[in-house]
Design a protein around this ligand. Structure first.
Ligand code: SF4
Ligand SMILES: [Zn+2]
Ligand SMILES: [Zn+2]
Length: 315
């Protein structure tokens, strides 16, 4: 049996990129420290801030909820509001909402559910039944960002905290590089600059691998919902996930390397692209680099398609 390099007890994992074996206690401590360090690097919360935590009920966001409570739970006037976005996919969110609401209640964190239908005016399911070209995750991702930003702004929140893990970040970087989308590459969270109408997003799991999140929630018995969304198989990210996971087999630190490289070039790119200002979308007023935001463009597309009655290949 492998032994913990810190205390000699039975190890639960071997961290390949660090070359150390850890027992349950030291693994949890290792991740807790990483997350605390990440908070310190990304943000200086003030004691009277109001922070929205986006909680889907999945392992990543449930770990973030747990950590927010662990680190900031005893700050007196610091307000945390956990929120689940219901995208509008039949029978999908109910169970996750139950798990997220019960855990929030247990931690003493206010909990809310917000719906695509209230903010956008349509359910994701309606869109999927009409659009044969654009993948559901594209609509979902763009609208979720918009809905969360709008909600956070409506309650005067200072920050939005998300469960984005290291795998997600590395995938987003590679994805934007392979599309040559420098503007979007530069807009990836975390956000240090405060921009008008835009609530900065903080991602404390930025240096925690997805498999580490999995192991943490299992060992710490953090409740979470693990069923995948029915549209996840169409997600373009799957290709990037496979690509990076494949590379990781021979290079255990490749995901860290991608993120570190991004951190190094970001300030240089920012200088080069400093002229790129955000405007207010001329339809909805949300911040956008162009004149009409992506969310409104997609809504317009859906409305046009809805006029033609077509069947979905996803249903
Ligand atoms: S898998 Fe795609 S459609 Fe489903 S919740 Fe995630 S982003 Fe939305
Ligand atoms: Zn140990
Ligand atoms: Zn808009």
């Amino acid at each position: 049996m492998m032994k913990c390099d810190k205390c000699g007890k039975d190890a639960v994992t071997f961290i390949r990129y660090a070359g150390i074996a850890l027992c349950k206690e030291h693994f949890l401590q290792f991740i807790d420290r990483k997350i605390k360090r990440e908070f310190r690097e990304q943000v200086r919360f003030k004691k009277d801030d109001r922070v929205v935590i986006a909680v889907s009920g999945g392992k990543d966001s449930m770990l973030v909820l747990h950590e927010m409570h662990r680190i900031f739970g005893n700050w007196k006037n610091f307000e945390m509001v956990a929120v689940t976005v219901d995208e509008g996919v039949a029978n999908e969110r109910e169970h996750a909402i139950k798990i997220a609401s019960e855990y929030s209640k247990k931690l003493g964190i206010e909990y809310r559910v917000i719906h695509f239908s209230d903010f956008i005016g349509v359910r994701l399911e309606d869109v999927v039944s009409k659009d044969h070209e654009i993948k559901p995750c594209t609509y979902c991702g763009v609208w979720r960002r918009k809905v969360l930003n709008e909600f956070a702004r409506s309650i005067n929140a200072n920050y939005l905290v998300l469960g984005t893990n290291l795998d997600d970040v590395a995938q987003s970087i590679i994805m934007n590089v392979s599309r040559g989308d420098t503007a979007r590459l530069l807009r990836l969270a975390p956000h240090k600059k405060i921009r008008k109408s835009f609530i900065p997003r903080i991602i404390p799991l930025r240096r925690v691998l997805e498999k580490e999140v999995k192991l943490y929630v299992t060992l710490a018995e953090i409740p979470h919902y693990s069923k995948r969304c029915p549209y996840a198989i169409h997600d373009i990210r799957n290709k990037y996930r496979e690509f990076l996971n494949d590379l990781e087999k021979t290079d255990p630190s490749v995901k860290f390397a991608v993120v570190n490289f991004y951190d190094e070039i970001k300030p240089l790119l920012e200088k080069e692209y400093s002229h790129m200002e955000m405007n207010a979308c001329k339809i909805c007023g949300e911040p956008t680099p162009g004149t009409v935001c992506k969310s409104c463009q997609l809504l317009e597309r859906y409305r046009t398609l809805a006029l033609k009655n077509t069947e979905s290949r996803y249903s």
